[in-house]
Write a protein of this length. Sequence first.
Length: 257
Amino acid sequence: MSKIIGIIAAAVLVIAAFVAFKNQQAYGKEIDNFRSAQALKKDTIQRLEDQQKRFKEAEESKANLTLKLVETGKKLATAIRDYDDLKKEVSVLKESHGIKEEQITAAEDILKGLPEPDDLIPKLKRLRNQLMEAEEGTANEEDRVAKLTQRDQDAKQKIQSLSQVIDGYSTGRSLTSLKTSISAIYNGWGFVILAGGDNEGVVPGSMLDVVRAGEVIAKLKVTAVEAGRSAADIVIDSIPADTMLRAGDEVVAEEKL
């Protein structure tokens, strides 16, 4: 009985050893398969990354090419436009050239009936000298006429001014064009000094208006007149109680009622 058990035990050990050997082979094979799969996975990932990199580079290259195509299109459009402009200029030049050729032909026809240059040049020189002399004489006459005209206008203006002054003296009124100002005020004495006199058209005994901000604030009566200044009394009842005359106030001839 013990022999049978030993045989069975030996058989079990042999079977176990055989199974272990087979399992060891299978395990080694699985390890190899796993390592191969890992290597394949790594290689696949690397190729995928390389492919993605190439794809990205291709996209960038495509974008750059698109930009270059746009720029090239713009340059082409500009070149076409310039070409069209040049064609127009050439057409215009051709037309102008044709017109000039016609003009040259017409000028040649005219020149055929003219004298020879050796005969014509001295005549032209004489005519040019005569023309220059005539132009110079005309300019002198025009200048003389302009000066005489200005003198006439000045004389008329002076006569008009003198007439106004004479009328002012006869009527006791200063020139309507008078525009001067107060240069000094003597309130204690009740008079002012004006910056204008006889030269500006101030007439002794005439009434004047003192104007401030476009309104008459007082009246003056001229008492003395010199060439460049005059004196005038302040008409007291013409000044409002709250108003004071100031140096620089504008003075004009009294407005006619």
